[in-house]
Design a protein around this ligand. Sequence first.
Ligand code: ADP
Ligand code: ZN
Ligand code: ZN
Length: 745
Amino acid sequence: MIFAEVIVDISVKSLDRPFQYRVPEELQEEAVIGALVVIPFGKGNRQMKGYIIGLSEIPKYDVSKTKSILRIEKQGVAAESHLLSLAYWIKENYGATMNDAIKTVMPVRREVKERVVRRIFPEVPAEELLRWREEFDRKHNSARVRLLDGLLHSEEAFRQGIAYDYAVKELKVSSTVIRGLEERKLIAVSAKQFYRNPVVDLAKTEKRKRLNPEQQFIVDSFCRDIEAGVCKNYLIHGVTGSGKTEVYIELIEKILARGKQAIVLIPEIALTFQTVSRFYARFGNKVSLMHSKLSQGERFDQFTRAKRGEIQIMIGPRSVLFTPFSELGLIIMDEEHEPGYQSDHPPKYHAREVAVQRGKMLHASVVFGSATPSLEAYYRCETGQYQLFRLDKRAGCALPPKVQIVDLREELRAKNFSVFSRALQERMTECLQKQEQIMLFINRRGYAGFVSCRQCGEVIRCDSCSVSMKPHEYQGRIHLLKCHYCGAQKPMPSVCPSCGSKYIGTFGLGTQQVEDMVKKRFPAARVLRMDADTTSGKEGHDKILKKFAGHQADILVGTQMIVKGHDFENVTLVGVLAADLSLNAGSYRAAERTFQLLAQAAGRAGRGRKQGHVIFQTYQPGHYSICCAAKEDYVSFYRQELAVRQLLHYPPLSNILEVLACSENREEVLRLSGDLKKELQKFQDIIILGPVDAPIAKLKGLYRRTLFVKAAEYSLLCRSKDCLEAFMRTHEHYKNCRLTFDFNR
Ligand code: ADP
Ligand code: ZN
Ligand code: ZN
């Protein structure tokens, strides 16, 4: 006998839990996961619709009382059912409740009515608005001028309008003035916040480009596959500026011509006006855009538009992967290597894997693009799961930058204790003299502290995991170093174990600190700083970049935020102050992240006609991630890094699962993590590391312990996860503890 787990149709809003139904013999063939079924529900056996999200042969309740599915709806499989089966796949592969998984793939309709926010939008192009502003200024209509200034204040204000309340309260513009301008058709007041189609302003500038032979080759191969009815996964490996976006646009056109739809994933940080407007310019109002500032309700509306067929292209970060298009033909994922594609709350899915799965379910093609592909993606090209394309040349005329690696150990020997090497100082001086601009970059991503020798560059690492060990302080002194994966410990050495130098200690560098030092060393230079502190305001990020673009500063100091997507013509020098910060981040991905960050940082220099210079400062000048980034040699980096991953059983050659156990009670979490380990020991062919305290051992009142599990087969990790979930279900006394799973982060 077969039983189906059925989730009641979401429009009836009761998606709390699945209910078990019997599948009658005659329906067993059609009863697949995702199928839309009619079931008798509740006491009155009211007929309701639902979706099958799981099948099994084991009844949960008394079989004689289990009701049967009445029939299976045949009106084609709806977008929802595809998404439900995707949710089920996510739950199975990443570990989460079905509820969490469903919420991930379908934004829930909000019960509460959202407050209506009226906004004011410009109705004419910016130039015309400017002319009107001058006119009003001449006539001393200062309220009108204030309103137009508000709209012209920034690109964002012009594009998204300004809040009506803001105009009245802050700009002190009366409703009569607003109505007057509305009647003149200079502005429009609308209750809905939406992205205006900027095509009006851009249509003139965006001409269709003639693809170069490399670009054309990709488009032709893609078309041939599509014609033959083959849907594949592709990776376009091409440096920044090699014309990937141009190819994406062309591919979308081909897909739309076949009456299908496309999803374009772009990391939030790269979702700039520049990028998005290129899609608008070509496809006009067929495009919709989603971003994290939209509310749940707005997200829901966007999805509804997609479902109704009002739009054909959805652009946005991770979550737009679940846009309910009925004829999805293409998923594009730009900057495929970005960590932001991996969800950081359960289910902790990776959009790359889910994109492939969704493509497979719907018979859609998937195109990944990156200048620095993840090891996963490139490895899959080698194993034939993705097809590889390359774009080696920059499409524009920019020259590749000149890159220099500076050995910081030499600086110490020459008694230079500053964070700026002699080479960097010289270049900076030169640059400032020529009135060119400089970016100084501190790559702190994932940085957790490490201990190294300033004399020889030695970093204290875990002997079995090869990652840098994290210092633990006690009464203001570091006494212990710990491995974040396996928990191995070493005492803090007093001299360098490699060269005997006493210059051994923790290493750190903050943006504030660097800003101060720049000001001291170059007092005449105008300095801007960009990090989490200075960009906290809503428009802080844009404001700083705009200032820098307008040459209101000579030097921009910042974290990885500054290396993304912005072109500054006048920047001719990029300095990475300590490549070691990301290189010793304590994760097996540290070398990969370092390569990516350095390659990206280097790509910022010399975007205009002038020659760009790049300096990487480091204590490990011989490290392959640094050398290869300097030479823009991805393949050589990939080969060396893959060898390391193979040796230590890390992805993509193996798989790693992090199990995080949390409890309010420290004793309990200690006991639980020990019990979990015992459960896992029942498996063969897996490696168990830990349990150890998580890097953040206590968070929001919960004690946290982690276990890492490595296995060659992903499915084995899934089975381990299932086993632990079953353990939690059957051990009542741990009901106050929680487990979360994180695969291959
Ligand atoms: P990527 O997405 O790889 O960074 P883009 O598609 O943004 O590259 O292209 C970089 C620049 O080169 C853009 O300004 C784009 O307009 C231009 N470009 C791209 N392809 C061509 C082409 N075939 N002919 C002329 N210019 C091109
Ligand atoms: Zn040393
Ligand atoms: Zn270790």
